[in-house]
Design a protein around this ligand. Structure first.
Ligand SMILES: NC(=O)c1ccc[n+]([C@@H]2O[C@H](COP(=O)([O-])OP(=O)(O)OC[C@H]3O[C@@H](n4cnc5c(N)ncnc54)[C@H](O)[C@@H]3O)[C@@H](O)[C@H]2O)c1
Length: 345
């Protein structure tokens, strides 16, 4: 169940009355504890578990400490775990809820734009295995996802960009709102009503895809548009000891992959231009050089979605017309990286 509300405390309280768990636990991070708990301060909780903020909390060590804290505080199979945060908290908390005593009920309360439109929807949860992202986890849906766009009022600008990149991707895949988005761009960050509409259409699009293919055997893989190139760029940056924000990587990845699709006449040059124009109004060019392309290709072909030596990308032929994953050769991918490198808007 997805509920989009502008009264998070009331909606959460209603859900608690309906489900009547024996104990209510809340998982948050150091930032959502500070910025987001105040919006639900009148909801009665039995115990709050706080972990460090960000993706680095998605480890087995942090899981171990949460499982222990739940056990010490008397959590049973009738208890509820509310996950209050962005994708790091819903990934971690979803995994904890799936595994503690073989599974307890979870409720997600997403607080980042990315989590409201993407990470919190779809039932993928998990933790990292050393440097391997999201290698351990399960597919399991929370009982409820309660979204209140008012949480966005405290979200830092760089976190907005991560969500905006996925919304551009959804709009290109579904065709919904692409003409408006490519012409007018996004609403101002403080336009909560405008964002509520965007969250409604994006969460329902993702819901539609996962209902059709929950465990990613076919059409869910289309959601990887832009992500083969994005993961390669993130890998390159991490090798250099730098961090490339995921949204910036996805934005560049969509351009690179559309350039590759254009070379195969899968899409028209106008599409590449529209995507580039929109993306460069909000994202900087991702910096790399020609010598990096070999590493980028190795990283792209090692992407866990690839089944062969080819580089597998999920292209689109036009807004609303996604293609099934397609393998392309390293030399074709090299041409796309080179084009991105030398071409600006
Ligand atoms: N399961 C999936 O399908 C899926 C999809 C995409 C991404 N992910 C995962 O999601 C994670 C990234 O999630 P994210 O982008 O939501 O970031 P995040 O959860 O790491 O949060 C980023 C930062 O924003 C802070 N924050 C969250 N809400 C806030 C608010 N309302 N006000 C102020 N600060 C706030 C957090 O505390 C944190 O410091 C990654 O671990 C990624 O692997 C999962």
């Amino acid at each position: 169940m997805i509920c989009i509300t502008q009264n998070i405390a009331g909606s959460l309280q209603d859900f608690l009355i309906q489900t009547s768990p024996d104990k209510i636990f809340l998982l948050c991070d150091s930032d959502t504890s500070r910025f987001c708990i105040p919006l639900i301060s009148n909801v009665t909780l039995d115990h709050i578990i706080e972990v460090p903020a960000g993706d680095s909390a998605k480890t087995l060590q942090v899981c171990d400490s949460i499982w222990n804290e739940l056990a010490e505080q008397g959590a049973t199979r009738q208890s509820l775990l509310i996950c209050l945060g962005g994708g790091s908290i819903t990934d971690l908390g979803g995994f904890i809820a799936a595994t503690y005593q073989r599974g307890i009920t979870a409720c997600y309360v997403p607080t980042t734009l990315l989590c409201m439109v993407d990470a919190g929807i779809g039932g993928k949860n998990g933790i990292n295995l050393g440097g391997l992202k999201n290698y351990i986890g399960t597919f399991r849906l929370p009982m409820a996802i309660i979204i209140d766009p008012n949480f966005l009022k405290t979200l830092p600008e760089n976190e907005w960009l991560n969500g905006k990149a996925e919304i551009i991707k959804h709009s290109l895949l579904s065709g919904n709102g692409w003409s408006e988005l490519s012409l007018l761009g996004f609403p101002e960050n403080n336009d909560i009503q405008g964002w509520k509409k965007i969250i409604e259409s994006n969460s329902s699009y993702k819901q539609e895809i996962i209902t059709a293919d929950f465990t990613e055997n076919n059409i869910r893989a289309r959601l990887n548009f832009g992500h083969t190139a994005a993961h390669a760029l993130e890998y390159l940056y991490s090798k250099k000891g730098q961090i490339l924000p995921h949204g910036k990587a996805v934005a560049a990845g969509m351009i690179v992959e559309t350039m590759a699709a254009e070379a195969f006449q899968i899409c028209k040059p106008e599409l590449t231009n529209e995507i580039k124009t929109l993306i460069f109004t909000m994202f900087d060019h991702v910096v790399f050089n020609e010598d990096d392309i070999e590493i980028l290709n190795i990283a792209a072909s090692k992407d866990k979605k690839s089944h062969s030596r080819d580089i597998v990308c999920s292209f689109i032929s036009a807004p609303g017309q996604p293609c099934n994953p397609t393998g392309i050769s390293e030399s074709d991918m090299t041409k796309a990286w080179m084009r991105y490198l030398h071409e600006t808007v």
